[in-house]
Design a protein around this ligand. Structure first.
Ligand code: TRH
Length: 389
């Protein structure tokens, strides 16, 4: 049965913030796009409003419910047993297999027709994903569908707003806008003309080693790092002053400047304004790909080094062009994630990567085009839901 044709479909996303900002970052991006571009009436249930506020300053952390950017945001505080079928959306998404309230599930089961129930999974480049995307599982007399983002046309694709490319091109073409954007963080004209690097990683990344190499190098480097990220390395570099937003220090060829955590759309601008981006997790990783610029990914750590398997799976797809594997990129990515078999020092890794930046940039642009051909996750998800019901 198709989704309602006499009104916009409604959709609920349940998001539990397990760690960091990726959970809410992805759900918020998806919610905004479904509402803004597809006219879907979206309710986003989220259990951690303070984390949400860091990427979206408009969030009132004390509000039980609030309308933000066209999305109804509801504080998920274990509400249970309070749901009627009329409360249930046409499409219900549980993010990363978070357990949605049993009372809501009971109300879903009473609906006629029953809602489309999707489990939105995490992103990985591993090949098994194609076989698991869209699989079903019977639950409480209903059918739950697994929806996987991914890098091929046999997956749900990647989140990408319709105007993303246009916005990026306009920003990058406007040197004044770019200078004003960086200038608001205190970046000077000299620092803007240096090699600009944004740094977003987990604490285990060997940032201090990289700082040493940049500091001792002949090329000026400006490293822009959000407050709290790579804290030990940044604090050691900055020295006596506290490594809080606004702090900056130049030693040798390297300037490290601490940025405030910026709203999600500004984070895109930061990526677009830099020459190389260090990103992490899932959402910033995808945004770096849409930026079409060289990046190094710090993958979210998993038990038994499962993340190394995922990292290699991605590199097999991404770090290769017509000439073959891009060895400098593979080696740097493995070393950045502690996954190298041999301990090549950053005094070798960085110069090799730096020399290959034009090649990597060309590959990044080709990859972006390749990913665009898979559509975008929000549209793919709605089409899937429409065909499912
Ligand atoms: O914060 P993360 O480490 O989130 C992680 C990953 O999603 C991981 O896969 C998941 O399992 C784990 O959470 C629970 O990294 P990620 O995914 O890049 O999310 C960061 C979000 O924060 C992203 O939406 C971009 C946003 N952001 C800003 O809005 N402003 C900023 O200044 C920065 C640095 C990030």
């Amino acid at each position: 049965m198709p989704l309602p044709s006499d009104r916009a479909p409604s959709l609920a996303i349940f998001c539990k913030v397990v760690d960091n900002y990726g959970d809410i970052g992805i759900c918020w991006r998806l919610a905004r796009q479904l509402s803004g571009e597809h006219g879907v009436a979206v309710t986003l249930w989220v259990d951690d409003l303070p984390s949400f506020r860091r990427i979206c300053p408009a969030i009132d952390v004390a509000a039980a419910q609030q309308q933000v950017s066209g999305v109804m945001v509801r504080h998920w505080r274990g509400q249970d047993g309070v749901f009627a079928p009329a409360d249930v959306a046409d499409i219900v998404i549980e993010f990363f297999a978070c357990d949605i309230p049993p009372g809501y599930i009971a109300a879903m089961a009473q609906c006629a027709p029953q809602p489309v129930w999707l489990n939105l999974e995490g992103l990985t480049a591993e090949e098994w994903v194609e076989g698991c995307h869209a699989l079903t599982s019977p639950r409480h007399g209903m059918t739950k569908h697994f929806f996987f983002p991914g890098f091929t046309d046999k997956t749900g694709g990647l989140l990408r707003e319709a105007a993303l490319d246009e916005n990026r091109l306009a920003f990058q073409a406007d040197t004044g806008a770019m200078a004003a954007f960086l200038g608001q963080f205190g970046v000077t004209a000299a620092q803007m003309s240096a090699l600009k690097v944004s740094l977003f990683c987990y604490p285990s990344a060997p940032a201090a080693e990289l700082f040493s190499v940049w500091q001792a190098g002949s090329e000026p480097v400006t490293c822009l790092v959000p407050e709290g990220v790579a804290f030990d390395a940044v604090q050691a570099f900055i020295g006596d002053d506290a490594a809080v937003a606004g702090a900056a220090r130049t030693r040798g060829a390297l300037t490290v400047r601490v940025l405030p955590f910026v709203p999600q759309d500004d984070y895109d601008r930061l990526l677009w304004a830099c020459d190389v981006n260090f990103v992490r997790g899932e959402d910033s990783f995808v945004r770096a790909q849409w930026a079409g610029l060289p990046f190094l990914w710090h993958i979210y750590l998993q038990d038994e080094n499962l993340h190394h398997v995922k990292l290699r799976a991605f590199l097999r797809r991404y770090a290769v062009d017509g000439e073959g594997p891009i060895t400098s990129l593979v080696q740097a990515a493995l070393a950045w994630n502690g996954a190298s078999a041999d301990a090549v020092p950053w005094t070798q890794l960085w110069p090799a990567l730096r020399a290959d930046l034009p090649r990597i940039r060309a590959r990044a642009q080709a990859w972006r085009q390749q990913m665009q051909a898979n559509g975008d996750l929000a549209s793919n998800l709605l089409a899937f839901a429409g065909a499912t019901r």
